[in-house]
Write a protein that binds this ligand. Sequence first.
Ligand code: DC
Length: 229
Amino acid sequence: MKKITIAIDGYSSTGKSTIAKELANKLGYVYVDTGAMYRMVSLFAMQNGFITSDQFDEKQLISHLETIDLGFVFNAEVGFAEAYLNEENVEREIRTLDVSNYVSKVAAVSEVRQKLVKIQKKIGQDKGVVMDGRDIGTVVFPDAELKLFMTASANTRAQRRFDELIAKGEQVSFEAILENVVNRDHEDTTREDSPLVKAEDAIEVDNSNLTKEEQFQLIYDLAIKAIEL
Ligand code: DC
């Protein structure tokens, strides 16, 4: 069967990675979580004191970009590839609210974006990938055969993220999560370099009122149609 590129963009916590992972598994494609890459660079900046609650030393981060090695290693136990920063498994650390609060600032730095987009293009050069992020259909793979743009109300998204973090044992308040979701929407859509926008040829999927099964069926059918075209 012909292999295609599937780009899934959209707002934070719209369930992009869940659907992208399921779709990749079902199609036998590689799944790439580009948000994890921006989160890893943010964690690196935090660990080195380049970003704190009151300052962001962009220049220091830019001058250390070459020393950042990002990778993914498949873990059969969990069924997906986990994030590795300089050979250390950071899958858990990158999902904390702390990282979420800094990541949009780090993702607005053009030099960071250039480095990550280059890696993403390379991973997807042979097609057969499902990649999720904010600029996949617009910048990374503007020629992707299938582009999806995921949306859901801010409340629905905050509730989902809240449930996820609580299940992982993090102590967070719903209000703090909602604030993070709203702030990130604003920062991701208003940054100068590659802001989050729906590609003209992307199909919008609002999943506020869809069950996981309904959503999967809808998207799987779209993928099969695109593959058979
Ligand atoms: O998908 P996520 O919530 O894990 O992404 C974390 C942040 O990274 C998000 O707020 C914006 C940024 N990001 C980006 O700018 N471009 C991408 N392709 C993916 C994520």
